[in-house]
Every structure is written in structure tokens, then in C-alpha cells.
Design a protein around this ligand. Structure first.
Ligand code: AKB
Length: 332
């Protein structure tokens, strides 16, 4: 019996370049569950492991493997990578801009110490490592319209500082030791089924829910605050296409990706084409307004377009009709 069990290991599918085994950290945030669903369709349900420190809702357990993973616990992470033959790691654990400012010590721990664990593990285990960065990695002295891939980056939030640190550490380890580090700077991501957790761009999700429930949205930003935004479908597609891109196509390791830029007033006007009674009042919050004013109003993503063929599909019009119909369907 022992021998036959041993022999049967010959048929174990080992991960290959085209058949990765993927671990997603911080999987219960805005992006993890949706990305896992796409990756599972491409690479097989059992080959994509979602992880977090929280207990997920039952459907997450039903849809595929879910495990506990604490990015501050190196041994726990290493055990997961070794036992599951992981080859790609998508590192979504992070505190966003607003919660980060409210708890700088915790943001430093999760966003910097946690990232160091993931970088060390990726290097040790030869993983392809994806770490998202953000418009928040730019600051008031960066070019704002548009912000190019390479320019001055002096962010004024712990979130931004930790993301620039991540970009630089990943690129350093790539150049020094060949770590396959891949990083995209995401705009504000807009999704119907998942909530963002404590960011400056969160109003752009809440306004849709408010439009369909009470018909009134109180916005914490000024009506003319323009920020880069993206539909979650484009964000997931960019992430998957970038992870699949052959290394020889990448002239950079950190790319901006863009889709659209709008102000609260512009998105409200577009929503009113469907729901004319939407009322928006403005009560700017000093913390969030100062953060938003320090960020770019537009991204230059020409390098991503040239190197690995990035192209967004949702503009403001498509985003608004998709968000309204998806939220409406869920409510009825
Ligand atoms: C935030 O607002 O903090 C995030 C981001 C733009 O990175 N959504």
C-alpha cells in the first residue's frame, strides 16, 4: 500500500509556468474574492488559495480553498507556500489611506513589516510576486496631470510612504537577486459586490448605493475633486494580464494603469441620467480632502499599453450603467 501511494505521487501535477499555484493574502478585502474567481477559471479551483485573518462568509469556503494567513507571521506564510507548492503570490493585505492615517503604527506593521515577510518569502521560494501600489504613492510635489511612471514621489500619508517603499524594495530585489516582482499602481477601484475598506476614493462606490437606496449622497470631497478611477473588472483583467506577461516584455516592474478620471459632480451628473432625483450634498472632510488634493488627477499609463498591451474597457458611462444595474439586481 505504501509503495502504491509512493508511486501515485508520480502523477501529482507539479506547478509550471502555465499552470501556477497561487496564494492571495488579504483575500477578504475589496479585490481578493473576485480575482480568485477569475484565476480559478483559468488555472483550476484547487490551484488558487484565498487567505486572510478573518473568518469568511460560507460562500467563500464553498467556492474554493480558503486558509488562515497572517502576513506578520513568517513561519505561517512559509508553511502555506511550502505545503501548497505555491508559485505565484498576490499580496493584497494592506491598510488603505484613511484608516492608515487613523492608525499609523498598525499601517506601518501591516504595510511595511508584512510586505518584508512576503518579499523575503518570495525570494526564498522563487515566487512570482504581485504587490499593488496606488495613486497614493504620489504626493503634492509629483506631476499631477498626468503622473508618469517615473517622477518625484513624496507622499504625505503612511499608506503612500509604505507603497513607495514596496515599489523600491521589490525593484531592488529584482535587480539584485532576480526576484520576479510585479507591481501595478491602481486608481480608485469601483465595485458593486464588494466594499472598499477605508480609502479616500470610497465615496465613488457609496454614491451608487445611496443613489439606489435613499436617493441622497453626502460627499466628503469637494464637487470638483478629480481622481483616477477604474471599474473592478478592468482592475482584475489588468492584474491577470500583467501576471501572465512574459518577463522579457517588461521594461519596468512598477506600472501605472489608467481607465478614467472624474469628479464627484461628474459622476453624479452621469448617475442622474438614470436616476434624475439623486441629490448630492458636499461636506468636505479635511483629512480626506487633503489626501485627495495631494494625489494625481490623471495617470499616464503609456508604458503599460506599450509593453504588455494594457487597455481599459470601462469609461464613465459604462461604469455608471454597470454599477447601477449590478447593485439593483442584488437588491431585488
Ligand atoms: C484609497 O483611497 O486609499 C485607495 C487607493 C486609491 O489606493 N482606494
Amino acid at each position: 500500500r505504501l509503495i502504491s501511494r509512493w508511486n501515485s505521487r508520480d502523477s501529482v501535477d507539479l506547478p509550471t509556468e502555465d499552470n501556477p499555484r497561487i496564494l492571495i493574502t488579504g483575500g477578504l478585502g475589496q479585490l481578493g474574492v473576485g480575482l480568485a474567481e477569475i484565476l480559478r477559471k483559468l488555472y483550476g479551483t484547487e490551484n488558487v488559495i484565498l487567505s486572510d485573518i478573518k473568518k469568511p462568509p460560507p460562500e467563500v469556503y464553498r467556492n474554493g480553498p480558503f486558509v488562515y494567513a497572517d502576513v506578520l507571521d513568517y513561519k505561517n506564510l512559509r508553511e502555506l507556500v511550502v505545503n501548497n507548492r505555491i508559485t505565484w503570490l498576490v499580496h493584497y493585505s494592506a491598510l488603505l489611506s484613511v484608516v492608515g492615517e487613523a492608525n499609523v503604527a498598525l499601517a506601518r506593521k501591516i504595510n511595511i513589516t508584512g510586505l518584508h515577510n512576503v518579499l523575503d518569502l518570495a525570494l526564498e521560494s522563487c515566487l512570482r510576486l504581485f504587490v499593488p501600489s496606488t495613486i497614493g504613492a504620489f504626493g503634492p510635489t509629483s506631476p499631477r496631470d498626468p503622473a508618469p511612471d517615473l517622477c518625484v514621489q513624496r507622499p504625505r500619508t503612511i499608506y503612500g510612504v509604505s507603497k513607495v517603499h514596496g515599489e523600491l524594495m521589490g525593484e531592488y530585489l529584482h535587480h539584485k537577486y532576480g526576484l520576479d516582482f510585479r507591481c501595478l499602481r491602481y486608481p480608485g477601484v469601483i465595485s458593486a459586490n464588494t466594499q472598499p475598506g477605508g480609502g479616500t476614493t470610497d465615496y465613488a462606490v457609496k454614491i451608487f448605493h445611496d443613489a439606489l437606496s435613499t436617493g441622497h449622497h453626502e460627499c466628503y470631497l469637494r464637487p470638483d475633486t478629480r481622481l483616477p478611477m477604474m471599474h473592478i473588472g478592468d482592475c482584475h483583467r489588468a492584474t491577470v494580464e500583467f501576471m501572465q506577461a512574459p518577463e522579457c516584455q517588461l521594461s519596468l516592474r512598477t506600472y501605472n494603469i489608467a481607465a478614467m478620471s472624474f469628479t464627484p459632480e461628474e459622476v453624479a451628473t452621469e448617475i442622474r441620467k438614470h436616476l434624475p432625483h439623486l441629490k448630492v450634498t458636499y461636506n468636505p472632510d479635511p483629512v480626506r480632502q487633503t489626501i485627495a488634493d495631494s494625489w494625481p488627477v490623471r495617470f499616464d499609463d503609456s508604458n503599460a499599453r506599450r509593453d504588455w498591451g494594457w487597455k481599459s474597457t470601462f469609461g464613465l458611462e459604462e461604469l455608471v450603467s454597470d454599477m447601477l444595474s449590478s447593485i439593483y439586481e442584488k437588491r431585488t
